[in-house]
Ligand binder design. Structure first.
Ligand code: PLA
Length: 455
């Protein structure tokens, strides 16, 4: 029997790749300079395009495969790992480190894992395609009482975004997604390869180092009715600049009046304010009006479960019957992609979310992480002030979440890496969570030297 939902792989993949190549190549409205990783993306253009093999090259059918560039964010860690310098600091990837510079496994996670290990009734059977039911129920927004949400466990935030985007490309009438300028460098790739067409809306104003709220409203207002809009739920990456609650309300009104479909990326809930509820306000505003939306959640950062790849995609619908049908189609997206998600990380999260005491312990540990990051902001700000480093650095303490968008340019970043072994993304973003009071003076020296000496 012919399955109408199956798309031919060859031509459709080719189309997606050429769309991405076009997007990365610059003749698209969302040109490479519009993302936070302009330079490395340009070179991706030819590297990502399929290279059809017609003959042997050097004895291998893959002889003509070109070397792809490293990922602009994860590649920073690759370079860092190769550097033998004892003073090197990795401020690239957004991964929390302790004051001692070590990765942190939350105590509450250790406790949950112990409970899981001790429970001999637990088995390693496949999960359903949609993942662990209890995890999904506990992850879904508590504001949704009416059962009008379809939640599926996915491979962390990235997997949730990808599954949501694949679903939209297949079942939603408008294929254009507007993403903020700048945004997380993986967003345009995830959405383009899922079959959506990516455009940008103004978000950040480099002159004020704040939100370009007027530009944002104008661009959303000028977008076609029904377009999808990617919104960072809180702690915007890379800028650390979020709308206020009043501004969120204005965004909501505009989007609802134009029937724009919100797709929230919630990768840092708890890292903006230290409070899970406060950081969910943006999403909850949109849920409270009864309208529809998508939300991709990640537990990588707020539970420190990075490598466990645990996250959830929620599609909030108008009514329960719609949500049921949406879930049935999400299963058709997931089954041929990875069949069903892994069990361990979701079991940890469910163990913590279901137990009042463990949940409370989590919120305390989360707040401690957020507070340490804030204290690093103050230390760095004070260190630059005491060095008399030219420029206004108050954005370091004003911006929120894991990152500071320093305003340092590519050359200055390269200088800091070369001379000071400070590793960060070329757009000038630093992960504050990777700093400690021991490394702040070294970073301040590097920034001072970069802005006073580098071109
Ligand atoms: N969305 C945003 C806005 C992110 O910053 C990240 C991760 C994700 C989604 C995906 O996270 P997950 O799949 O691990 O849940 N950004 C990191 C890491 C922390 C990365 O680039 O993969 C970053 O350094 O920007």
């Amino acid at each position: 029997m012919e399955d109408a939902t199956v798309r031919p792989i060859g031509p459709s993949t080719g189309r997606r790749l050429s769309a991405l190549a076009r997007h990365l190549g610059g003749d698209h409205p969302a040109s490479p300079s519009s993302t936070s990783e302009a330079a490395p993306m340009a070179s991706l253009n030819h590297a990502i395009a399929p290279s059809h093999t017609s003959a042997f090259h050097g004895g291998s059918v893959f002889g003509n495969v070109v070397q792809a560039p490293e990922d602009p964010i994860l590649g920073v860690t690759v370079a860092y790992n190769k550097d033998p310098s004892p003073v090197k600091v990795n401020l690239g990837v957004g991964a929390y480190r302790t004051e001692e510079g070590k990765p942190l496994v939350l105590n509450v996670v250790r406790r949950a894992e112990q409970l899981l290990v001790n429970d001999l009734s637990r088995v390693k059977e496949y999960l359903p395609i949609t993942g662990l039911a209890e995890f999904n129920k506990l992850s879904a927004n508590p504001a949704i009482q009416e059962n009008r949400v379809a939640t599926v466990q996915c491979l962390s935030g990235t997997g949730s975004l990808r599954v949501g985007a694949e679903f939209l490309a297949k079942h939603y009438h408008e294929r254009t997604i507007y993403i903020p300028l700048p945004t997380w460098g993986n967003h345009p790739k995830v959405f383009t390869l899922a079959g959506l067409s990516v455009k940008t809306y103004r978000y950040y104003d480099p002159t004020t180092r704040g939100l370009n709220f007027q530009g944002l409203l104008e661009d959303l207002n000028a977008s076609p009715t029904g377009a999808i809009v990617l919104l960072h739920a809180c702690a915007h990456n890379p800028t650390g600049v979020d709308p206020t609650v009043e501004q969120w309300e204005q965004i909501r009104q505009l989007m609802r009046s134009k029937e724009l479909l919100p797709f929230f990326d919630s990768a840092y809930q708890g890292f903006a304010s230290g409070n899970l509820d406060a950081d969910a306000q943006s999403v909850r505003l949109f849920v409270a009006d009864g309208g529809e939306l998508l939300a991709a959640q990640s537990y990588a950062k707020n539970m420190g479960l990075y490598g466990e790849r645990v996250g959830a995609l929620s599609i909030v619908c108008r009514a329960a019957d719609v949500a049921g049908r949406v879930e049935s189609q999400l299963k058709l997206v997931i089954r041929p992609m990875y069949s069903n998600p892994p069990i361990h990380g979701a079991s940890i999260v469910a163990t913590i979310l279901r137990d009042r005491e463990l949940y409370n312990e989590w919120t305390v540990e989360l707040k401690a992480m957020a507070d340490r990051i804030i204290s690093m902001r103050h230390l760095l700000y004070d260190a630059l002030r005491s060095r008399g480093t030219p420029g206004d650095w108050s954005h370091i303490i004003k911006q929120i979440g894991m990152f500071t968008f320093t305003g340092l340019n590519t050359e200055q970043v390269a200088f800091m890496t070369r001379e000071y072994h400070i590793y960060m993304t070329s757009d000038g973003r630093i992960s504050m969570a990777g700093l400690s009071s021991r490394t702040v003076p070294h970073l301040a020296d590097a920034i001072h030297a970069a802005v006073t000496r580098a071109v």
